[in-house]
Each structure stands twice: as C-alpha cells, then as structure tokens.
Design a protein around this ligand. Structure first.
Ligand code: GLY
Ligand code: MN
Length: 465
C-alpha cells in the first residue's frame, strides 16, 4: 500500500471535482469459480484500490462530499474466519491505514443509501461490471437491471479519468517494477521458443514468473504460433522451426500495477528472410511511434504516422501501393493492422476501460474515428506528461479477412492482392512496449528494453544473451 497521505490526497481531489452528493465506490467481493467456496483469484476493483487502498474483499468506500465525511463499510472477521484465515485487522484499523475516519458494518450501507435516496441526495457511482454489485444496487436503490449503467455518474467518471490518467511518482515506480518482471517473462519465453516445445509450457513458465515476482498475469496470456489471431489464448500447439511465436503478456505487481509487452520470436532462433522483412517493418513502426510521442500531440496522430511507416514498408515489398498517407486515412492499411497502436496502462492493463473507452481515450478535441482500423484505437486524445500507454503496432496476415477484402476488391488502389497470395500463411507479428510520457517526450518503462532487434531476439532465443 502507498502511504496514507496518497489516498487522502486522491479523495480530496475527487471531492473537489465531483463537488456535491455522495460518492460510492464498491470494492469487489470474492467470486466463485466452480462452487461457492472455491473462488477465482481475488482481484480488487481498481477504483477502490486507487481511492481506498485496501486489497480485501467485501468493502465499500463512501465519501459524503456535502458533509466532508468518509466511510469504509465492511465487516470485522469473526472467530470462524480467524480459524480458517488467521487473525485480521479490524475494519476500523484498515480504514485508518488509508486515512478514513469512519468505519461501519457492511449491513449498515443499505440503510445509509436508502436514507440518502429518501432525502433525494445524489449518489454517484461508477459503471458496474460485476453481477453481485448489480443485484445489490437493484435491491437497495431500486435501479433497474436494464441499462443499469445509464445511472452511473458521468461527473464521477470524468473526475476519476482526470485523476487516474496522470500517474504519480509512486505509480510510475510500480509500473517500472512491473516492466522489469515483464522483461524476465519475455526473455525466458524467447529462450524456450524451440522446436518441439509446447505453447502451453512457455505460457505456463511466463505465468509462473509473474506469480513468483508479483501477482497473476495482468490478463490471460496470449501466446501462439498463430499470431494473426490478435488475442489467441489457445496454447495447445507444439512449436516447429519456421513458426513465429507471438507472446503478449504482462504481470501485476503485488500492488496490481501491470505490464503489457509483446514480442515475436522465430522458433529455433533464426528468422527467415521473409519473416525478418516484416518484423523490421513492425519494429520501424514501433520505434517511430516512440520517437514522436510527446506531450501536446494526439495519440491518434501518432497511430496514423506509425501506420504510414507500416504502409511504406509493405510498399517496398510490393504488398501495398499508392500514397501512404492516403492508405492510412482511407483505412486500407487496416487489413494488416486492424487494431489500434495502444491504450492507457494504469491500475487496469487497459486502464479505466470499465469507465467507458471514449471517456478515457477521447475528448471534445479528439473524436473517435469511425472507419475500420482507426476506430479500434483505444487512446486517441492528446498526450500529457504522466500518461502511461502501450506502443503496439503489428502486421498480420489474416486469411479470412484477406479473402473477404479480395472478394470485394476493397481498397484495391492500395493493396496488391496477387502479391498477398505469398503471405497468406505467414501468421502475425506484434511488438509492444510500455511508455511514460514525460515533460518533453517519452521514455520506456522498466530498466531495460526487452530484446527487440532481430539480432537481439535471435541471440536470446539461441541462449547467447
Ligand atoms: N495486450 C493485450 C491488449 O492490449 O489487448
Ligand atoms: Mn496492450
């Protein structure tokens, strides 16, 4: 946990921004996996962690802005709990650790909320994503299930986005730590990328490194020789020489700050010429994006400039043609990279996505584009010092998408479909780093960049680094 003053200051800023009413931040509960007492790994809600710090199930944080009073509602453990879980601090002590003066039994929250509702006071709550919370809000406040999140507070969402978008020094230190664990995960995966090794073995080792240095991976590990499927969680293949192993994985630190890196490794440690050519184009796109990211430019512009690098490279190989800028603005490039350049990273690996992607990634000045590919960009708005984001260009040959576009002769002014026949079984390449926007530019998070040039990747895979 950070020091008490961090949480006090965050709540004070939140109070100022929201200005009136009651703010309710529900913490998460245990969630059953296959029978009630066998739960999924507990993950606290990130807003609760941010403002109330405690990584414990069964809590709710309340700020009565009008009366400048703060509460944690939760139950003290009883002797049965102590027998199974060991002694636990009282809720009063836990509240005091994060500078909250008042603690109440969880059961008292319902009356508190009903009384506030009866007095017609505004209760600000964030969008809900867990069914148990939805049932509670329906039972206690009578909010209908249908379209429940229409009742979430826009004022609260905007205030949280404003605060959580800018990472402070303590958060940056945690994110650096997460990236250092990510370094270990990815270099080990590169070393394991050998013919005859199962994808599952590599994914399992990566997960083990994450667990032994922090917590669970920051999202289910994506690792596959079929990297053209963007989020491929199937780990049942045995890798063969000639395959490309795409690994997109990160860890959470013990404080739940994540990393999110992707590397693509030639199985056996040697890229073919064809693989190296495409790899270098993606790397050029990644490096160029990192070079131009700085405060004051929009990430939409960075995305488009990085996509132009992709188009120029594919033009050199005869796969694309025409004006690179136009190939990007028309969305022709998206055949090869149907996803965005990146997303915010914070307490959530896609930071604050549960609050609504457009609140996080766009604003009055930068509207989300509507065309295929560009529309998939999660973070488009102007970059500011303290933003942390992923930089993850890729190049994929998705046979089904190629077939569809070819049939419709889509963007045929920019795409040499005949040339594409040679690449239909190529797979996919993505290269992802985590970036902090600084006062003047940006820097990579973590002490060292994970091996990324073709030579570095080959040497790591061959056990030479
Ligand atoms: N690393 C997975 C994603 O960003 O979608
Ligand atoms: Mn990512």
């Amino acid at each position: 946990m950070f020091k008490k003053s961090v949480y006090i200051e965050r709540r004070n800023k939140l109070k100022k921004l929201v200005n009136s009413g009651i703010i309710l931040i529900p913490g998460n509960n245990e969630s059953p996996m296959n029978y009630p007492a066998n739960g999924y790994h507990f993950r606290q809600d990130s807003n609760f962690l941010y403002f109330f710090g405690q990584d414990i199930p069964g809590m709710a944080g309340v700020i009565d802005v009008d009366n400048d009073t703060e509460y944690i509602f939760a139950d003290d453990v009883d002797i049965d709990d102590i027998i199974w879980m060991g002694p636990q601090p009282t809720v009063k002590a836990l509240a005091s650790e994060v500078g909250v003066e008042n603690s109440r039994k969880f059961g008292d929250l319902a009356d508190f909320l009903k009384s506030a509702k009866a007095k017609k006071r505004t209760i600000h709550f964030p969008p809900l994503y867990r069914n148990d919370h939805m049932i509670y809000f329906n039972n206690v406040l009578g909010i209908p299930f249908n379209g429940m999140n229409k009742y979430a507070s826009e004022a609260l969402i905007k205030a949280i986005v404003e605060l959580r978008s800018i990472k402070d020094q303590y958060e940056i230190a945690e994110l650096d730590k997460a990236c250092d664990i990510g370094y270990m995960m990815h270099t080990e995966a590169m070393r394991m990328a050998q013919s005859g090794v199962g994808e599952r073995e590599v994914a399992g080792r990566m997960e083990g490194i994450s667990l032994s240095h922090g917590g669970v991976p920051s999202f289910p590990i994506i690792l596959s020789v079929n990297g053209q499927t963007l989020h491929n969680h199937y780990h049942g293949n045995v890798m063969q020489e000639g395959n490309l192993m795409l690994a997109d994985a990160g860890c959470e630190t013990t404080m739940h700050y994540p990393s999110d890196h992707t590397r693509t490794t030639p199985v056996g440690g040697k890229f073919t010429q064809k693989q190296k050519e495409i790899y270098q184009i993606v790397l050029d796109s990644n490096n160029y994006a990192a070079e131009i990211m700085k405060p004051g430019v929009t990430n939409l512009w960075v995305h488009m400039k990085a996509a132009e690098v992709l188009v120029k490279g594919l033009k050199d190989l005869g796969i694309m043609k025409g004006d690179p800028e136009e190939a990007v603005t028309t969305g022709a490039y998206a055949l090869f990279q149907p996803h965005g350049l990146g997303h915010m990273i914070g307490l959530d690996v896609h930071d604050m996505e549960g609050l609504g992607e457009n609140y996080v990634g766009y604003d009055e000045k930068t509207k989300r584009p509507e065309i295929f590919g560009l529309a998939a960009l999660r973070l488009g708005r102007e970059l500011q010092p303290g933003f942390v984001l992923s930089n993850e260009p890729g190049c994929y040959f998705i046979p089904e998408l190629i077939e569809l576009w070819k049939r419709d002769k889509k963007h045929s002014a920019f795409i040499n479909y005949d040339k594409l026949d040679d690449y239909v079984d190529f797979g996919g390449i993505r290269i992802e780093d985590d970036i902090l926007i600084t006062d003047k530019g940006s820097r990579l998070l973590g002490q060292k960049r994970i091996p990324v040039t073709p030579d570095e990747v080959e040497q790591t895979c061959q056990g030479m680094r």
